[in-house]
Ligand binder design. Structure first.
Ligand code: SAM
Length: 267
């Protein structure tokens, strides 16, 4: 994809997610900062080597893969690929704190990472005795890395009895398992696919009503989830990153924002 096509694609993501008004606000803000000679926040710094999580537990979850590169490596003109945001692993400390805040009886739930990338959140979930853990990933290359990580992952706290697998494919076609679920999303796709995903989840819940928790990191599309009739918002919180996560973060973030939802009545 040429640089021009990549710019157009990024602009279409903004418009799809925030509407024309949000798009022009973003453009204006960026122009002002550029004119003042200030850096635009959100631009990533250079890679700072493997994340300490990878070094400690013999895995590869580090790195940033932009959506446009996913598009080329994953091939085809599938709309799911067009609207994918890219890969970046969640800060382990924030993710653990968010799960702690959910405080569920894990053994009743299947954990599903919607857009698991290289599998960092999936691996972190194995600290808890979930009934099962599943990663769904659109990019075959990233799914293969996640699969390899499942084999090499040697954290002493890993609960090895949790059946775990990685599936390659579009999450909007994924057949949700029976029983209560914890769905985890780290802003994996833009609004058109998010709407399709929520319709798909709604259909599954109408056929088989059950408790589902949704944990959403970097909740860019929070308004869509907030207005989804079968979801009730539980909280919207900022989880501070540990010092080592801050040092490893390419975006100079110090926290992860996450929102949590639970299913109520399904109509
Ligand atoms: C920001 S990464 C999140 C990685 C991981 N969940 C974590 O928290 O460490 C988002 C991932 O979603 C994947 N993705 C995007 N669209 C998808 C789709 N329609 N179905 C499945 N995965 C998708 C991307 O390829 C990317 O790996």
């Amino acid at each position: 994809m040429s640089e021009r096509q990549a710019h157009i694609r990024r602009a279409r993501h903004w418009i799809a997610n925030r509407g024309w008004r949000g798009f022009f606000d973003e453009l204006l803000w960026r122009t002002r900062l550029t004119l003042k000679g200030q850096a635009i926040p959100g631009r990533p710094g250079p890679e700072v080597g493997p994340h300490p999580f990878d070094l400690a537990y013999n895995v590869d979850t580090t790195g940033l893969v932009w959506g446009e590169s996913l598009l080329t490596t994953a091939g085809s003109h599938d709309p799911a690929k067009y609207w994918a945001t890219g890969y970046y692993g969640v800060a382990p400390s924030s993710f653990q704190d968010a799960l702690k805040r959910l405080a569920l009886d894990w053994s009743q739930y299947t954990f599903i990472d919607i857009g698991c990338g290289k599998g960092r959140a999936l691996l972190l979930a194995l600290r808890h005795p979930f009934q099962a853990a599943i990663g769904v990933e659109l990019s075959p290359e990233l799914a293969a890395v996640a699969e390899a990580n499942l084999h090499s992952f040697n954290a002493p706290w890993r609960i090895s009895s949790v059946p775990t697998r990685v599936l390659t494919g579009d999450a909007t076609n994924f057949e949700f398992p029976q029983g209560p679920l914890v769905l985890y999303l780290y802003h994996p796709f833009a609004a058109p696919v998010m709407r399709r995903f929520l319709d798909h989840l709604g259909r599954s819940l109408r056929e088989n009503p059950r408790t589902v928790y949704v944990l959403y990191t970097n909740p860019e599309l929070m308004k869509i989830l907030d207005t989804t009739p079968f979801l009730t918002k539980l909280w919207d919180a900022h989880f501070a990153m540990s010092k080592e996560d801050v040092a490893a973060d390419r975006f100079s973030s110090t926290f992860e924002r996450m929102t949590a939802y639970r299913t109520e009545s399904v109509r």
